[in-house]
Design a protein around this ligand. Structure first.
Ligand code: ARG
Length: 268
C-alpha cells in the first residue's frame, strides 16, 4: 500500500511537470515571461538556419518580427522549429504561443486559429525547375504528366492541385527535401513563394525560375495565435506590426535576411 502511495505521488508529480511544460508561456529564470514562436525554418529569407560563431541559429524576417513582438510584450523569445503542417496543431495544443512562418490566412486556417494584420506581402509564387529544363515549360499545361512538388499543407500545394491539372503532386514536409528531390530528379518542378524561390535559385546553380506567372499578387503573411486568442496576444502583436511597417523596420529586416541567406545551411 505504502509503495502504491509513493508510486501515485511520483505519477502525480510527473503529470504536474508535464502540465507545466505543456504551457507555452512560463516565467524565465530572470522572472521575465517567455513567449514561444513556432516556425518552419526551411524558408529563406523568412526563416532559416545559419551557423553563427559555430552555433546553429534561426534567423530571417519572421524571426526579426517575432523579436519585435516579444520586445513589445516585454517577454523573452523562444523558438521552436516544426514542420509547417504541424504548426497550427501545436498552436492549438499550446506548445507554442504564436506562429510566424510566411503563413497566409485561408478559410481552413482561419477556422483553426486567429490571425493578425498583415506584416508582409511577397511577390507572387514561382515555379522552379532544373536550369536545363526551364525553357521546356511555357504554360501550366506543360506540367501535365509531370511530377510537381510542394510543401505539405501549404497554399503552394493547393496551387499544384488547382492550377496544374494533370500534374502528379509530390508533397514533402520540408522545402530542403523538395529541392533535393528536384536536383535528384524525383520531381520535375516545385512551387514556392516568390522570394523563397529566388533564394533557393540564387544558392543553387542547377536551378532556375520558370517564366510562367502564377497570378498577379500574393496573399499577405500574418501572425497566427490560438483560436479565440485566449492569452490576449493579438493587440501587442498588431501594435508591433504597425510600428515595424510604419518605421521601415521590415525593409531593414529584409535587407539583413538577404545578406544572411547566402550563409543559410542546407539550401544547396
Ligand atoms: N505561404 C505559404 C502558405 O501560407 C507557404 C508557407 C511555408 N512556410 C514555411 N516556413 N515553410 O501556405
Amino acid at each position: 500500500m505504502k509503495k502504491f502511495v509513493k508510486l501515485a505521488a511520483v505519477f502525480m508529480a510527473a503529470a504536474m511537470l508535464l502540465a507545466l511544460c505543456a504551457c507555452g508561456s512560463k516565467p524565465a529564470d530572470d522572472g521575465k515571461k517567455t513567449i514561444t514562436l513556432g516556425t518552419s525554418a526551411d524558408y529563406p529569407p523568412f526563416e532559416f538556419h545559419i551557423l553563427k560563431d559555430g552555433k546553429d541559429e534561426i534567423v530571417g524576417i519572421d524571426v526579426s518580427m517575432a523579436k519585435a513582438i516579444a520586445a513589445e510584450m516585454g517577454a523573452e523569445l523562444q523558438i521552436k522549429d516544426i514542420a509547417f503542417d504541424s504548426l497550427l496543431i501545436e498552436l492549438g495544443q499550446g506548445t507554442v504561443d504564436f506562429v510566424i512562418a510566411a503563413m497566409e490566412k485561408d478559410d481552413t486556417r482561419d477556422a483553426a486559429a486567429d490571425f493578425s494584420d498583415p506584416y508582409y506581402t511577397d511577390v507572387p509564387p514561382k515555379i522552379v525547375t532544373l536550369k536545363d529544363n526551364a525553357a521546356n515549360y511555357t504554360s501550366l499545361d506543360d506540367f501535365s504528366g509531370k511530377t510537381v512538388g510542394a510543401q505539405t499543407g501549404t497554399t503552394k500545394a493547393d496551387i499544384v492541385a488547382d492550377q496544374m491539372a494533370g500534374a502528379n503532386p509530390l508533397l514533402l514536409q520540408s522545402v530542403n527535401e523538395l529541392v533535393n528531390g528536384l536536383v535528384n530528379s524525383k520531381c520535375d518542378a516545385i512551387v514556392l513563394d516568390g522570394a523563397v524561390a529566388d533564394k533557393y535559385v540564387a544558392s543553387n546553380d542547377a536551378l532556375a525560375v520558370v517564366d510562367i506567372s502564377l497570378g498577379e499578387a500574393a496573399e499577405p503573411y500574418r501572425v497566427a495565435v490560438k483560436e479565440g486568442d485566449p492569452d490576449k496576444l493579438l493587440d501587442a502583436i498588431n501594435a508591433a506590426i504597425k510600428k515595424a511597417v510604419e518605421n521601415g523596420d521590415i525593409t531593414t529586416w529584409m535587407e539583413e535576411a538577404d545578406a544572411l541567406s547566402s550563409e543559410a545551411i542546407g539550401l544547396e
